[in-house]
Design a protein around this ligand. Structure first.
Ligand SMILES: C[S@@+](CC[C@H](N)C(=O)[O-])C[C@H]1O[C@@H](n2cnc3c(N)ncnc32)[C@H](O)[C@@H]1O
Length: 241
């Protein structure tokens, strides 16, 4: 198990790779079109995780440098001819590049975004939220988590309007003009997949033990009164041009 202390290590990384919805082709196509990316371009995917965005994006551009500080996440990344997986963080960005675009999917809240916007050697940015946390979407999911952990579960993970405005303001201070746009899709989870997606948002020390997981799934099933959950995902993007 890695020692970054970020929470994306060990089994959490396994759950992330297996159960997090990625970015469906229409979302990636829209991102490529908005950023004006072509096969001549190099892109930095910062906080790339297990490659949810870097992998589909690589089909549209010349090269993706995909950077993440968590080796266990990178261990799940697929081998692709034009993607270089690199262990690092936002602190390394001044030494990287230049790039036509820097994309950050669901990860900016872990970074010093002011510094990143000032120091990255790039023409464009895209800050992407792949929907909102599951516990923000459905009160039954939130209740199951709160009963399990005996505390309120309120994290927005940088997806809320206040955080998005903060990012847009910081981009403006760094000299970029940004605008926000959105694109939707739906993702159907079985209860096992839903539990796996929730486990991927926990840290290794709070993850239910393997023998407790059937009970966690049963609680989800009972709370939702269904064997599936259809997640209505609105991908929100702040991009510069
Ligand atoms: C929620 S995952 C996002 C993965 C992927 N980009 C996606 O859209 O699904 C957040 C990732 O940010 C990474 N991360 C955390 N702190 C970071 C930092 N300071 N610089 C770069 N990445 C960081 C974590 O290791 C994790 O893999």
């Amino acid at each position: 198990m890695s020692t970054t202390g970020l929470g994306f290590s060990g089994e959490v990384a396994d759950f992330y790779a297996r159960f997090r919805p990625g970015y469906p082709p229409p979302v990636v196509d829209a991102l490529v079109a908005k950023l004006g990316l072509t096969r001549d371009h190099a892109v930095l995917d910062l906080g790339c995780g297990t490659g949810q965005l870097a992998a589909p994006l690589s089909r549209h551009v010349r090269r993706v440098l995909a950077v993440d500080p968590e080796p266990d996440m990178l261990a799940h990344a697929p081998a692709l001819p034009n993607v270089e997986w690199h262990l690092g963080s936002d602190a390394d960005v001044p030494d990287l590049g230049p790039f036509e675009a820097v994309v950050v999917g669901q990860a900016l809240h872990w970074m010093d975004h002011e510094r990143l916007f000032r120091e990255a050697r790039t023409e464009k940015f895209a800050i992407i939220a792949n929907g909102t946390p599951l516990w923000r979407q459905h009160p039954a999911i939130r209740r199951v988590l709160e009963d399990w952990f005996h505390r309120p579960i309120t994290a927005d993970c940088g997806t809320d309007a206040v955080a998005r405005q903060r990012y847009a303001d910081a981009l403006s201070r760094a000299g970029y003009r940004s605008h926000e746009w959105a694109i939707g899709y739906t993702h159907e989870h079985t209860i096992e997949e839903l539990a796996g997606s929730l486990f991927s948002a926990m840290s290794p020390n709070t993850l239910p033990k393997p023998h407790e997981r059937p009970l966690f799934q049963e609680k989800l099933h009972r709370a939702l009164r269904s064997g599936t959950y259809v997640e209505p995902v609105t991908v929100t993007v702040i991009s510069t041009s």
